[in-house]
Design a binder for this molecule. Sequence first.
Ligand SMILES: Cc1cc2nc3c(=O)[nH]c(=O)nc-3n(C[C@H](O)[C@H](O)[C@H](O)COP(=O)(O)O)c2cc1C
Length: 227
Amino acid sequence: MQFDDVIRTTFAAREFTADPVPDDVLGEIFETARFAPSGGNRQGAHVIVVRDPESKARLAELSKPAARRYLAQRCAGENPWNPVHPTAVTEADLAETRGVDGFVAPIAVAPVVLVVTVDLAVVATTDSELDRVGIVGGASVYPLVWNILTAARSHGFGGTITTMISAEEEGVRELLGVPATHAVAAAIPLGRPVKQLTRLRRVPVADFVTRERFDGASFGADERSRG
Ligand SMILES: Cc1cc2nc3c(=O)[nH]c(=O)nc-3n(C[C@H](O)[C@H](O)[C@H](O)COP(=O)(O)O)c2cc1C
């Protein structure tokens, strides 16, 4: 596949055929993905290939509390897990929330789940002293995550970045033996997608790129970037 086609069609795949994801294919995916950048080239990421059905089921289970809150907040018209706007969702709302099992199901049923962690003992987090949630640390692991997904796409496979599991990091640590300094960045259910989306809904360039200043002129209201 052409690079442009890969980037434009790597969607969040959540339904998979029964096809396996063989080790040799995974090996090729990792072989490409490993060229991701990280702060200071410290390469603190680690990927755990989880095929054991019990482990996958447990990872799905561990994802449920965060998924429940995500769905409850969405139902309440909130922006789920938002670091700026606190939630008004109550325990009663959470108890009434439906759809949690389906939301985490891809983790339980995918042929393989990749759990990606990053060693906080080596990442550089230049925003760690600001009075807001940290974001820079993630930049030393999510390029690798995205490389995995795009490399998988070019091999005809697909998956989703899921992060509900991160809220239950201790449980993942216990289940998979993740060291104390590693943060759990994502669980990626991976398989052969039942359907391939080819037209992703994304805002056009002119809506989020400006010249010189945040409030500067929109960059290129170019028709090619629409759709
Ligand atoms: C940081 C991040 C966290 C995400 N967490 C989840 C998740 O926990 N569960 C899930 O089903 N999808 C998750 N997604 C997938 C997004 O919902 C998906 O990328 C987005 O809706 C675009 O979907 P599309 O590429 O199919 O258009 C996550 C994506 C990102 C980038």
